[in-house]
Design a protein. Structure first.
Length: 304
């Protein structure tokens, strides 16, 4: 089945790559903008941005923006509305990996920002996502990642646990009971898709225009086991980073203050999506071996 490279829903027209509505939601235009970036220049451009951006992580990330006509995505040294993530030399197929993982998150009811896979001039895939910490005019939206909330330096991003994250939400979120349930859902999903890089800097609270703090949309999500086969969770859950069983999820719900029935509903509803998740993975633009491995992981870890 051919799927939209933004939302992953089926396409009606065989020659299409995107739904018109998805392009309008992401770019504000029904036509895919030209991408004025090629892979050969990415390393140089990224070096030029050192000191001018807070972006970090192993993936190369470029700040980009639409030109005045909305016809071209181009490099933005400051105040870019989008992030563009091209192929990485060290780990293969990260853009495709992130795209499909974010689509599975959306399927599971987790809030994610608008995004898409786009083809660069050298015909390689890149992942483009609209920043949720920027307004349309480029102004920043207040955001505090969990490393900052825990008063740790960036190097301390792995010095956390699911339980510590719950305490931060309880302390700083404006509606902690709602966000603790969302955080619980996030950890269940993280285990299901084999994301071994959910650390303190990949969770954040975002301040709304009304001044209320809430859990941000999910970002930087990957199935890390596709490139690191023995990868475990970045932060332990009930003291465990691997081989999680039902008891760990009951324990986490209790520590978060999530009612047992609500926690069980999160797991059961996510597990009920397994067939649809497998269909999305089967149609994803990943190498066949990666699609098979991703599917096997999802089947082995179906939440219940």
């Amino acid at each position: 089945m051919k799927r939209c490279l933004s939302c992953a829903a089926p396409l009606v027209e065989v020659d299409d790559r995107y739904h018109r509505r998805c392009l309008e939601q992401l770019f504000g235009t029904a036509r895919l903008p030209a991408i004025d970036v090629d892979l050969a220049r990415v390393h140089t451009l990224a070096l030029a941005m050192v000191g001018r951006t807070s972006l970090s992580g192993v993936q190369r990330k470029l700040s980009v923006q639409l030109d005045a006509t909305r016809a071209t995505l181009q490099i933005a040294v400051a105040n870019g509305r989008y992030l563009l993530k091209p192929q990485a030399g060290t780990f293969p197929n990260l853009p495709e990996n992130e795209w499909v993982t974010q689509r599975l998150a959306a399927l599971a009811g987790i809030e994610v920002p608008p995004s898409a896979l786009v083809e660069l001039p050298d015909h390689s895939w890149a992942y483009v996502v609209r920043r949720f910490d920027r307004l349309a005019d480029g102004r920043k939206v207040a955001m505090e990642d969990f490393c900052q909330l825990a008063e740790l330096p960036p190097s301390g991003k792995y010095d956390g646990s699911a339980e510590r994250c719950g305490k931060l939400v309880r302390r700083f979120a404006s509606e902690p009971l709602i966000d603790l349930l969302r955080l619980y859902q996030q950890f269940v999903f993280t285990w299901w898709v084999g994301n071994g890089d959910l650390h303190l800097k990949n969770l954040a609270l975002l301040r709304s225009l009304e001044g209320r703090w809430h859990l941000s949309p999910a970002y930087d999500q990957l199935n890390t086991r596709l490139v690191l086969p023995d990868d475990t969770l970045a932060m332990p859950i009930a003291g465990k980073r691997d081989n999680l069983r039902a008891g760990a999820w009951r324990d986490l719900a209790e520590r978060f203050g999530v009612p047992p029935k609500a926690a069980a509903r999160v797991r059961v509803e996510m597990g009920a999506l397994a067939a649809e998740a497998l269909a999305i993975v089967a149609d994803a633009p990943l190498p066949a071996a990666m699609r098979t491995e991703y599917a096997e992981l999802l089947q082995a870890r179906v939440p219940s």
